[in-house]
Design a protein around this ligand. Structure first.
Ligand SMILES: NC(=O)c1ccc[n+]([C@@H]2O[C@H](COP(=O)([O-])OP(=O)(O)OC[C@H]3O[C@@H](n4cnc5c(N)ncnc54)[C@H](O)[C@@H]3O)[C@@H](O)[C@H]2O)c1
Length: 305
């Protein structure tokens, strides 16, 4: 095809897809059935991992719950069974350790079968300024928040590709789209998670594996305890999110095959701004939105004795 024809095609498609997106604002999206699917959630022992498991509890899926904490994971299993889930399997897995991810993944394949919906959710934060963060914690952050996603994909994607069916979900963060003062290692890990998920999604499309859907989730602070102490400067504009709301939105995004989910909605606008305004204005806006001070009052989750 020559330059003129290809450009014309892109222009026509731009108009078509913009109109389609506009019309879809007013028509509720169709939700797919996940009945019979096998859903693996990493970091299912607390926070939104647990709440997503609870959302899936009534959807006739097989739940595979991974966490480093046996206690938290068992509690989640108990709660989802109480809510009606009949097939629940718990595994202790330290996702920061590649051999452990592969070992537990093999165990899941033997004992439960192939995973068809993979939710990479386990995450940690050091909450220290970069030069104060011990190397070991910086490395651990990268291992849990980013590298673990590589190993779970390597373990579970081959079966999805063979059947051209599945869904890959990355619980990243708004910190995977924009740098934050005081979150350098966390942001690096979340940028990596976003870039990885986005790139594999493209690889799958290029291979014609359009039956494997992807969802990348980028929320602002959620009230789970992970970022305890952090505040939003303008809570009406950028609210600290309710964990149950986030879990519901993520599961809904999976059911509607939504590729990107940014929460709250104002983030879509802010991300667009970040990329178009002059750098100096970007810094003024960053200060206005409180991005320089989000972490000033960070306490994080209380460590258990
Ligand atoms: N809380 C927020 O403000 C916020 C905002 C944006 C994104 N996120 C992301 O959402 C995800 C869930 O966060 P949350 O707020 O529910 O946190 P959380 O601390 O409540 O839950 C994280 C879970 O991951 C588990 N985990 C930690 N290290 C692990 C490891 N090495 N192997 C296996 N499991 C491990 C923990 O035991 C815990 O159950 C994380 O990826 C986080 O980065 C959180």
């Amino acid at each position: 095809m020559n330059f003129f024809l290809e450009t014309l095609k892109v222009l026509i498609l731009s108009i078509y897809y913009n109109l389609e997106a506009f019309v879809k604002l007013f028509i509720p999206a169709r939700r797919k059935s996940v009945s019979g699917e096998t859903v693996l959630i990493t970091g299912a022992g607390s926070g939104i991992g647990r709440l997503m498991a609870l959302e899936f509890a009534t959807k006739n899926v097989t739940l595979v719950l991974w966490d480093i904490s046996q206690e938290g994971n068992k509690e989640t299993a108990h709660l989802v069974k109480e809510k009606g889930a009949s097939s629940v399997h718990t595994y202790i897995c330290d996702c920061s350790k590649k051999p452990e991810v592969y070992r537990v993944a093999d165990q899941v394949k033997r004992e439960v079968g192939d995973v068809t919906i993979l939710i990479n959710n386990a995450g940690i934060v050091t909450g220290k300024k970069f030069m104060d963060a011990p190397d070991s914690l910086v490395e651990k952050t990268m291992e849990v928040n980013a590298l673990a996603h590589f190993w779970t994909y390597k373990a579970f994607l081959p079966a999805m590709m063979a059947s051209n069916h599945g869904h890959l979900v990355s619980i990243a963060s708004s910190a995977g789209l924009i740098g934050v003062n005081g979150l350098a290692d966390y942001c690096a890990s979340k940028f990596a998670a976003v870039g990885f998920a986005e790139s594999v999604a493209l690889e799958l499309l290029a291979k014609g594996k359009d039956g494997i859907k992807t969802t990348i989730v980028c929320p602002f602070f959620i009230n789970t305890g992970m970022f305890d102490g952090c505040n939003s400067k303008w809570p009406r504009l950028i609210p600290i999110l309710d964990p149950t709301y986030v879990a519901k939105k993520v599961v809904d995004a999976i059911l509607t095959d939504q590729v990107y989910l940014l929460l709250p909605k104002s983030l879509y606008f802010m991300m667009a701004l970040k990329n178009i305004v002059p750098t100096k204005l970007g810094l003024v806006l960053g200060e206005y939105f409180g991005a320089f001070n989000f972490m000033d009052s960070f306490k994080g989750r209380e460590k258990k004795e």
